[in-house]
Design a protein around this ligand. Sequence first.
Ligand code: BTN
Length: 325
Amino acid sequence: MIKDQVLSILLDAKKEYVSGEAMAEKLGVSRMAVNKAVAQLREEGIDIMAVPKKGYFLGSDDVFNEVSVLRYLDPEVKLFFHNAVEGSTNDVAKRIELDYKKPFVVVTDHQTGGRGRLGRRFESPSGGLYFSLCLPREYLTKAGLITTAAAVAIAETLKDISGLEFSIKWVNDVYLAGKKCTGILTEGVVDLELGGLEAAIIGIGINVNTKEDELISLYGKATGLFIETGKVFNRAEILGLAVSKVMAVLKEDFLPRYRKLCFLLGHGIERRAKDGTAREGIVSGIDDEGYLVISYPDGSEEHFSSAEVTISLNDGEQNYILNTF
Ligand code: BTN
């Protein structure tokens, strides 16, 4: 499509001017056809600026559509791009009629039913990056460690892109400046004939260019790249890098990196059980299964596979609480 080719030329030019004539010549089409393509792209919401006698250029660093995403995505991964998703990208991924033999990713700018851990809602306004990467069994590590690997991959990708420091709140929240900026929800596709995991759907939501007022319900708890820097980031690039990184990290020795990134280690923590009992301990490690290890003053320790750490502020001091189920 001429429209996609025009967009590719403008993306290649970064923010330099390209004249309509040069584009027409390059594509072997008329000036009229280029004008029409520019009008169509603008209708789709792409900010194309025009200066007489100089030409066109892209007004935004964040062109986020199928054409821009394909420029960065590993060609091995099939793309399903949606401007918007009614519901959740994880659910869209589950409904895709593929046989789960090849990696694919469902991507959107916003979703109405973003899902988080523990049946919670995940706020997913426009400007964020929401995707579900479906990986067949041979790409995966142990089921319980898939989210752990993805958290390392996202923290490292976002650092590479922005130069900012990210950390991880066990088990799956990536933090920036003391607040959550990414959530990860991994769901399995079970092979009913052979038993075991056939594929995993790794759902990742990152507050990239999200504005602060759109996360109002999470005020004080959530942040994002734009909120912290005032800079607009290229979501297509982040997606491409993140997908490749998740696939790479799953094959690597990622637990030492996870331990370094996990900011809970060494902190005092109150472990609260469902029956209301509480015990004071210290977060002493992440074991080889990715479980959180709490050590108690009497020398005993407990390993938790799934629980939730909450952080509360008391007289300016952070208190860590582990709610076990
Ligand atoms: C959490 O923080 O509890 C996990 C949030 C996971 C959100 C992502 S956004 C893409 C994918 N689609 C969803 O509905 N959830 C995940």
